[in-house]
Design a protein around this ligand. Structure first.
Ligand SMILES: Cc1ncc(COP(=O)(O)O)c(C=O)c1O
Length: 409
């Protein structure tokens, strides 16, 4: 009898209980668990449908369960997952060739995540500094930046909250205000003769979707050239077509010395990469760096397929068409709702800045079947898959509009 009266637990309740019991509490997930995805749609444990405007945080650029990606995964999984970097790999050499052909002349290092790509860039920058005879090399980055959670990435991350609570773990970092040219000049002067690199996200992502200005980018290139220091572009979030070009640096007409990639590179299969121009490709020589899984056959084969799809299906054209549609719709909403302050970004890397905190806006959207992300307190980040249709975007923006109306009191 008591059993009959007990409130029936849903599947989500069960998953929540187990997660809280066994998973470290370093995340605070929403009350949803997705079971499967098809294209730009996600379905939860109750089979409720959502439109995905988060893409696994700019990872699922081709949507969920893309047939060609699944075929590539199966094909390579049947053949070979992993041998090691003690042997040559046709798959990693093919991917490196394709990345170089579509970026700039140089060489590639493969790893497994964004932070590892930045870790590699950090080691390269520090070694380059010491090789040049700098006693205490300094790496500059942006105050609003996010570069990852491992030790060096965390130190390059300008957002203090990411670095707080761990003491002074590494020295040799300083931070520049985004798009503040005077501050940039000042920091180069302050560390005259010691700057080994300046790392930046061309569109500051977690920091609120703030595109760097052309002048700031030009100045960064000029100052790094003049001081023989490295310009590192973190394209972990902006890369692989997200901004309407394969890499965001193309918008600026700037070739960085080092570029880091991750997230969408293999359409959801974990991988990271660092591309280094020929000039600096020898800094990390034999034995200076490595990774067991880095460049494994499976990840690199799927990443190669991803590149083929981006060009084969003219994904970048879709990004630019859909982007224009979204910007127009949001600007129209801006005329209706005074709580929308600004819309920023490039391609399908879009931030809507509000006059109020956006955590609850994101939660209300989720309840209405639209997955978006709240970042930098007041920004809603819109990052749908790059192959999404205008019709679906229209549907998603209708939900967004309806939710904003509720908050615009
Ligand atoms: C710009 C940027 N760099 C680095 C990272 C870290 O990547 P990962 O979480 O794969 O380590 C992120 C993750 O959000 C990012 O947005």
């Amino acid at each position: 009898m008591a059993k009959d009266l007990a409130i029936k637990k849903t599947k989500l309740d069960e998953i929540k209980l187990k997660s809280k019991k066994y998973l470290l509490g370093n995340y605070s997930p929403y009350d949803v668990c997705f079971k499967y995805g098809v294209g730009e749609l996600l379905f939860d444990t109750e089979n409720k449908q959502y439109i995905d405007f988060l893409s696994g945080v700019a990872v699922m650029n081709l949507g969920h369960s893309d047939a060609d990606i699944l075929d590539a995964l199966r094909e390579q999984a049947d053949r070979l997952f992993q041998t090691s970097n003690w042997f040559y790999s046709e798959e990693s050499s093919n991917l490196a060739e394709a990345l170089i052909a579509n970026s700039f002349p140089g060489k590639v290092f493969f790893c497994n995540s964004g932070t590892e790509a930045n870790e590699a860039a950090f080691k390269l920058a520090r070694k380059y500094g010491f090789d040049r005879g700098i006693e205490k090399p300094v790496i500059l980055s942006l105050k609003q930046s996010f570069h990852g959670r491992t030790l060096s990435s965390m130190m390059m991350t300008g957002q203090e909250k990411v670095r707080t609570g761990f003491g002074e773990l590494l020295s040799g970092f300083d931070y520049v205000n985004v798009n503040n040219e005077d501050d940039l000049v000042e920091k180069f002067e302050k560390h005259q003769g010691s700057v080994s690199a300046f790392i930046l996200e061309p569109i500051v992502g977690e920091g609120g979707i703030i595109p760097i200005t052309q002048n700031f980018a030009n100045l960064a290139r000029k100052l790094t050239e003049e001081t023989n220091s490295l310009l590192i572009f973190d394209e972990i979030q902006t890369g692989m077509g997200r901004t309407g070009r394969l890499f965001c640096c193309e918008h600026y007409g700037i070739i960085p010395d080092v570029m880091t990639l991750g997230k969408a590179l293999a359409s959801g299969f974990p991988i990271g990469a660092m591309i280094v121009t020929d000039e600096y490709a020898d800094v990390l020589g034999v034995g200076t760096h490595g990774s067991t899984f880095g460049g494994n056959h499976l990840a690199t084969f799927v990443a190669f397929e991803t590149l083929k799809i981006i060009f084969g299906r003219e994904i970048l054209d879709n990004v630019n068409g859909v982007s224009e549609f979204i910007f127009n719709r949001i600007r129209m909403m801006q005329n209706k709702y005074s709580i929308i302050k600004e819309v920023r970004g490039k391609g399908l890397h879009i931030g809507v800045d509000f006059t109020i905190p956006t955590k609850n806006i994101a939660y209300e959207c989720l309840k209405e079947g639209l997955v978006v992300n709240s970042t930098a307190e007041t920004v809603i980040r819109l990052m749908p898959p790059l192959n999404i249709s205008i019709e679906r975007v229209d549907e998603a923006l209708n939900i967004f509009d309806k939710v904003i109306e509720r908050f615009n009191k």
